[in-house]
Design a protein around this ligand. Structure first.
Ligand code: AMP
Length: 206
């Protein structure tokens, strides 16, 4: 879409849905991801905490009496946007509450965006440059609020959001959302089903 040289490119991908991860893509290959052994590691998600201090396990067990299964359940199913906001795992509900002045909702959005911005900045350091930052997934494709918040945190890398195109890009629309002369940030509509179908076909073929 940008006409970049595939073999000489450095792209950051922020895939933000109910599950969320970021990826550093250099010369068309994934060279780093926020996910770990499981998808729990990394970004704040709908109900997953993302990165935590591993000592949280012994603290919650010894100090508060939670079992291993209970702690695993809390970190995977009751944390993230849901746990921080104490409202919902759906970003829309939290955005609406924040727009009405709910401070806890605003804090939740800020934590989500701050963690993401820090991860993307780390990936930029790893790759040495940024040709484009791509937002995708339910939140990445539809939330101009989250995209603006993240891009403002990354202004040191030369991102300048174009408010109008940012607000007009949603519901499956793809395109650049930054001003001319800015480091490029764009929205690309995801198509996970197609990717899964291609991978499945490749596996069956062997
Ligand atoms: P996904 O897992 O990629 O299908 O994304 C689902 C999530 O996208 C939902 O849980 C919502 O939090 C989020 N989402 C969808 N539409 C919007 C929107 N207009 N604004 C903010 N978040 C949205």
């Amino acid at each position: 879409m940008l006409g970049l040289d595939y073999d000489n490119s450095a792209i950051l991908v922020a895939h933000l849905g109910n599950g969320a991860s970021a990826c550093a893509v250099k010369n068309g290959k994934s060279v780093d991801t926020t996910m770990g052994l499981t998808p729990l590691e990394g970004l704040v998600m709908g109900t997953r905490s993302g990165d935590i201090d591993p000592n949280v396990f012994s603290f919650l067990n010894k100090q508060l009496g939670y079992s291993l299964d209970e702690i695993t359940d809390i970190l995977n199913k009751k944390s993230g946007l849901l746990g921080l906001s104490e409202m919902d795992n759906d970003c829309r509900v939290i955005e609406d509450a924040a727009a009405q002045g709910n401070e806890r909702a605003q804090l939740t959005l800020d934590v989500f965006c701050n963690v993401l911005a820090k991860k993307l900045a780390g990936f930029a350091a790893e790759m040495g440059r940024i040709d484009a930052l791509v937002f995708t997934g339910g939140i990445g494709e539809n939330s101009s609020v989250i995209r603006k918040n993240v891009l403002e945190r990354l202004s040191i890398f030369g991102f300048e959001v174009d408010e109008k195109t940012n607000e007009e890009t949603f519901r499956g629309k793809s395109g650049v959302i930054t001003k001319p002369g800015s480091t490029v940030a764009m929205v690309v509509a995801t198509n996970e089903e197609l990717m899964i179908a291609r991978d499945t076909e490749a596996l069956i073929a062997h």
